[in-house]
Design a protein around this ligand. Sequence first.
Ligand code: SF4
Length: 147
Amino acid sequence: MAGFDDRRYFFDDGLRFECQRCGACCTGAPGLVWVDRAEAAAIAEFMNCTSVDAAEFFVPRGEGFAVRERADGRCWFYDQGCRIYPLRPMQCRIYPFWLVNLRCEKSWQEVARQCPGIGKGRCYSREEILERVALDRRLCQLADFTP
Ligand code: SF4
């Protein structure tokens, strides 16, 4: 990632975010939530499932699994709230600081229209944001997904 850290970004002064647990990012339009094998195993155990039953939740994808979605597009684990919140995947933990949302200020403003947590809470520093973007890039590679 040469040059990735030494550029200027619209978020150089940081961005405020605090999840309001509204569920907007867990429902609606289809998306991809990816988990690695350890995350999948921990979630399956949390849900009291055997690895066979876990196929109900996950589809093999890249180096791990994609979380299934319901017919209406919501995450398989979302039912009036996240049913696996203590073990939510890393990809969910770093939302909304995903590369696709931080490519430019316009992308961030667009995601802010859907995510009421943006603009609230503590201010994430440029370094914290870049750490999350780098992690998102790594997760996308493992998921065989081009953002
Ligand atoms: S849309 Fe934003 S505020 Fe709502 S659950 Fe997702 S991250 Fe939290």
